[in-house]
Design a binder for this molecule. Structure first.
Ligand code: OGA
Ligand code: CA
Ligand code: FE2
Length: 493
């Protein structure tokens, strides 16, 4: 037993420390060779096992430590992007994978009526008014009470002039650019026929000074300045050269500009709709989300509600709520996030929802001069002294007019689809204006939904605002903290 035990003990690895004490094999004589080969085998096996265990331990170590690195990387990621390993995307150009497709309501055909559910237990009817632009009308979108509260809140806040009488800063810009009369003439001569037609001057004046001249006004100015020497209604380069740079402006200022001669004659204010806002304002926002079927975050991050009041005689000549988007155009709402410097900027209002807060006694329709026109031709908008953009004179010639009825909402898309579920090009047919109010007052509200046609810029903007410090702990997960951003982004509006 004891011998056996000993033998057994000898062969167990637990006896290893004694092994080196044994005499080396070489010194053993031949008859001991079986013992020597056995212990040799044991030594090899022990080393083999230790080696395998070491390799496994090493693998474990490598795996565990890289896992920890990954975890710490993930934790660092939202906090500013510093110390990012080289293998990750460079922070200057992150690529967002688009995981949303914007819903677009189908118009079917003009006059088509579809039912929409905006509040539980009630169904609204939505009528297609035109396909170009895609335009709908929803009677009774707002209750009488909601209309009243919105008007009262706006009055409480106070309304400001929508357009200042004379816009300053334009002259400085022209001087800064240091353009010669020839260069200015060339810029104005849109059809490049070497003459300045009335509409070429009119369009320019509206954009530059916000002053709405009629063809008669312009002839009057020509006569006052003796500009059109040959009296053919056109300005040649020679005639243009004789005029000083700000001759038109000085003439107008001398004569005085009335409010009715501005592009827009109304007063307005902005009402925030985020958390803490009046329940009616939050309810309206919720209904807009259900109406447009857009992701709530997009609506939450859009401009506040704009409330507008037109007095008798008020108007808003035809315009686009948002401009065309070229590669170098920035959107106002994503501009800071996009970190680009470009002189071109537009508000990127994908959708306009316009609410009528009262029924107007006379006039005040919303006109869409070229709705569902077969073609869009900018030049033909002002022809033979008929200016389709003029909502004081020519609303009756508009293709479509919507009568302001208390509680009715109209909404339209200012941009087409890009065909891949995102915002595409500007819809030129979305041109519209507010006809002159001939009797009483007119109250409307605008809810614009801002989306950057450049998905990457929109996504980056959303990511950045989602990282702003939160003011409330009950914000669920990834939901953006909307009110704070509204307050900081739109406070100067
Ligand atoms: C506007 C607008 C139309 C109207 O405020 O941008 O186009 O009917 N209003 O007041
Ligand atoms: Ca011309
Ligand atoms: Fe508008």
């Amino acid at each position: 037993m004891t011998d056996n035990q000993e033998d057994a003990e000898d062969t167990t690895p637990s006896r290893r420390p004694t092994l080196p004490l044994r005499p080396p094999c070489e010194r053993l004589s031949g008859h001991k060779s079986s013992v020597c080969s056995r212990s040799y085998f044991v030594v090899v096996m022990v080393f083999f096992h230790v080696y395998i265990i070491n390799v496994i331990a090493l693998l474990f170590y490598v795996h565990y430590s890289s896992g920890q690195q990954d975890a710490s990387r993930t934790r660092d990621a939202p906090s500013g992007g510093h110390q990012r390993p080289e293998s990750r995307r460079p922070p200057s150009k992150p690529e967002f994978v688009r995981d949303v497709s914007l819903a677009r309501i189908e118009g079917i055909r003009v006059g088509h009526v579809q039912k929409v559910s905006l509040v539980s237990g009630k169904v609204h009817e939505m009528r297609t008014l035109s396909l170009k632009p895609l335009l709908f009308e929803i009677p009774g979108f707002l209750s009488d009470d909601e209309c009243r509260v919105v008007m009262q809140l706006a009055q409480l806040k106070g309304l400001m002039e929508s357009q200042l009488m004379v816009q300053v800063g334009q002259e400085e810009l022209a001087k800064e650019l240091n353009l010669s009369p020839e260069e200015i003439f060339n810029l104005l001569d849109i059809n490049q026929d070497g003459q300045l037609q009335l509409q070429e001057i009119l369009t320019h004046s509206r954009v530059r000074d916000g002053i709405w001249l009629t063809p008669e006004n312009l002839r009057e100015i020509y006569a006052g300045l003796k500009a059109d020497k040959d009296n053919n209604g056109l300005l040649s380069l020679e005639e243009f050269r004789l005029l000083s740079n700000d001759a038109f402006q000085r003439f107008l200022l001398q004569r005085g500009v009335k409010r009715s001669q501005l592009v827009r004659n109304s007063r307005h204010t902005w009402l925030y709709q985020g958390k803490g806002a009046h329940q009616v304002l939050q309810d309206i926002k919720e209904k807009v989300i259900r109406l447009t079927r857009l992701p709530p975050t997009l609506v939450d991050l859009s401009e506040p509600l704009q409330v507008v009041r037109y007095e008798e005689g008020g108007h808003y000549h035809a315009h686009h709520d948002s401009g065309p988007v070229y590669p170098e155009t920035a959107c106002t709402h994503t501009r800071l996030a996009a970190n680009t410097s470009t002189p071109f900027e537009t508000s990127c209002r994908y959708i306009t929802v316009l609410f009528y807060l009262n029924s107007v006694d006379g006039g005040g329709e919303t006109a869409f001069p070229v709705a569902d026109n077969r073609t869009y031709d900018e030049v033909s908008l002002i022809q033979n002294d008929v200016d389709l953009l003029d909502t004081r004179r020519n609303c009756d010639k508009s293709n479509l007019r919507v009568k302001p009825i208390k509680g009715t909402a109209v909404f339209w898309y200012n941009y087409l689809s890009d065909g891949r579920g995102w915002v595409g090009e500007q819809d030129e047919f979305a041109l519209h204006g507010g006809c002159v109010v001939t009797r009483g007052t007119k109250w409307v509200a605008n809810k614009w939904i801002n989306i950057d046609p450049d998905y990457q810029r929109q996504a980056l903007y959303q990511q950045l605002v989602s990282q702003l410090p939160e003011d409330d702990e009950d914000d669920e997960g990834l939901t953006l903290n909307k009110d704070m951003q509204h307050a900081s982004i739109h406070q100067e509006l």
